[in-house]
Design a protein around this ligand. Structure first.
Ligand code: AMP
Ligand code: ZN
Length: 475
């Protein structure tokens, strides 16, 4: 009986299908707790300005979250800030990216992390990305990470080398379940391995010892010695701390599947003994540069919101608009002409919306249905944008078009309401008359139209006819 009631509550929402990397198909979304979603997104490594590729991923995650809100789910969204432990070589070798940047800029590692975390949140604001409920930093959760290593040690998943404590991936029989990689592929990778103390080349660091010949700025004492946590550990420790041992959604771009998310998954399920750790793994495609190369911070790509948009006086929401024209799982190409397409496309949409006048009518349920079926089909935003365009061209009342567009914008996040100069709240009784007058105008019944104009005036509103339809203001 209890389960039945729970199910009924879930069914109140329209079905949402999401492509799940774990099952390799579009799955019906059914959260662990009816009506509530626990969502974790891997946050930025804060050693440089986020590039447009990173931001494409954060926009897709925001669209996912807004789609869940639109479907009446409550979302608890947690995101980390990687401010320690991400090394220049993703396989736990090389320098710490944040400490390296600190030396380059002549600042402390703490200052670097603070500065670039702020830069990241500024960009999120420009892109109208809703802030997570919880933002947590790796350096604020060292105790939790050490505790996790201790549990893994007790359960027999760890071993020690001269440079750290490692996770033994051979103890996890389904280690490659997320990536679907074959052992042959993994052995191929082993040829370029540079740490020969690892028992298996897929093993990864849980704790790295501080070097003996130089002093690190960010280091902590632990039962294993002074050092710092491995990159993958923070996400397991903090997501479990804030969302529990099992939760609904985990996101990132596709570069995280084979290594970062595979390792997070292996250590999380080993530590709790519960499967699945995460029900839905959702990954976004890359933003590539001309020629197909992935845009990357470590390769020095500096295509940022400031360089490409703000410095040229272009609203960064044009970038948000552009990302919605490609499906989130498809690769998206960036070339010199992309900024012009983004600007023109966004401005064109804004002008269509501002031509709808300033009367906010009723949301049109048929168009809404089409919109919902697009977004709920694995976030098909190109189709949702096509629905918006068709709706604006359709023959429903301009006031209803405006109301419907503003409703869609709860998901699109393109700040469409900002183009309505003087938003007027109109009582329902007056709206009925405005609708009636629109019908009279369409039927060229000018006498009736004038009569309705006078009635509207009696309610204290003045109506004017413009090429876009009726414009109304309070007297
Ligand atoms: P990072 O700051 O490098 O840890 O990455 C932050 C987020 O950006 C992660 O979710 C990455 O998967 C994602 N990402 C990195 N490069 C790209 C790219 N070229 N296109 C799309 N997403 C990316
Ligand atoms: Zn992560």
């Amino acid at each position: 009986m209890f389960n039945f009631l729970k199910q009924r509550k879930t069914n109140k929402n329209s079905p949402i299908y999401l492509y799940n990397t774990l099952t390799r198909k579009k799955d019906l979304f059914e959260p662990i707790k009816a009506g509530k979603v626990g969502m974790y997104t891997c946050g930025p490594t804060v050693y440089g300005y986020p590039h447009l590729g990173n931001l494409r991923t954060y926009v897709f995650e925001d669209i996912l979250k807004r789609t869940l809100f639109y479907n009446d789910y409550k979302v608890n969204h947690v995101m980390n800030i990687t401010d320690v432990g991400h090394l220049t070589n993703d396989r736990d070798m090389g320098e710490d990216k944040v400490e390296k940047e600190a030396q380059k800029e002549g600042k402390t590692a703490w200052e670097i992390a603070e500065f670039y975390a702020k830069a990241f949140f500024d960009d999120e604001k420009y892109l109208n990305i809703i802030k997570p409920n919880i933002v947590c930093r790796a350096t604020d959760n060292i105790k939790e990470q050490i505790k996790m290593i201790q549990t893994l040690e007790k359960k027999g998943y760890t071993y020690k080398t001269s440079d750290g404590i490692y996770f033994d991936t051979s103890k996890v029989s389904d280690y490659t379940k997320l990536s679907g990689q074959h052992l042959e592929e993994l052995k191929e990778g082993a040829r370029v391995e540079i740490n020969d103390e690892k028992q298996n080349h897929t093993d990864f660091a849980l704790w790295k010892f501080s070097p003996t010949d130089s002093k690190r700025e960010m280091e902590w004492s632990s039962p294993y010695g002074i050092g710092f946590p491995g990159w993958h550990l923070e996400c397991s420790a903090m997501s479990i701390k804030y969302l529990g041992e099992q939760f609904d959604i985990h996101c990132g771009a596709v570069d995280f599947i084979n290594l970062h998310h595979t390792n997070e998954l292996a250590q999380s399920e080993s530590v709790t003994g519960k499967k699945p750790w995460v029900k839905y793994w959702i990954h976004g495609g890359f933003l590539n540069l001309d020629g197909g190369r992935k845009m990357s911070k470590s390769a020095g790509d500096v295509l940022t919101i400031s360089n490409i948009f703000l410095n040229k006086g272009i609203n960064p929401l044009a970038f948000r608009f552009l990302t919605l024209t490609t499906h989130y799982r498809k690769p998206m190409d960036w070339s010199d002409s992309s900024v012009v397409s983004a600007k023109n496309g966004y401005e064109n949409l804004l002008s269509k919306i501002s031509n709808l006048g300033n009367i906010i009518g009723k949301i049109n349920s048929q168009w809404k249905e089409k919109f919902v079926s697009s977004i709920n089909d694995d976030l098909n935003m190109p189709q949702a944008m096509a629905v918006l365009n068709e709706m604006v061209k359709s023959d429903i009342l301009p006031a209803d078009k405006l109301a419907t567009a503003l409703d869609f914008d709860k998901v699109l996040g393109l700040k469409l309401c900002e183009v309505i100069q003087k938003k007027v709240e109109i009582p329902a009784s007056v709206l009925v008359l405005v609708d009636e007058r629109e019908t009279a105008r369409k039927g060229q019944n000018w006498a009736k139209s004038d009569e309705l104009r006078d009635k509207i005036r009696e309610f204290g509103y003045e109506v004017k006819d413009t090429p876009a339809g009726q414009d109304i203001k309070k007297l």
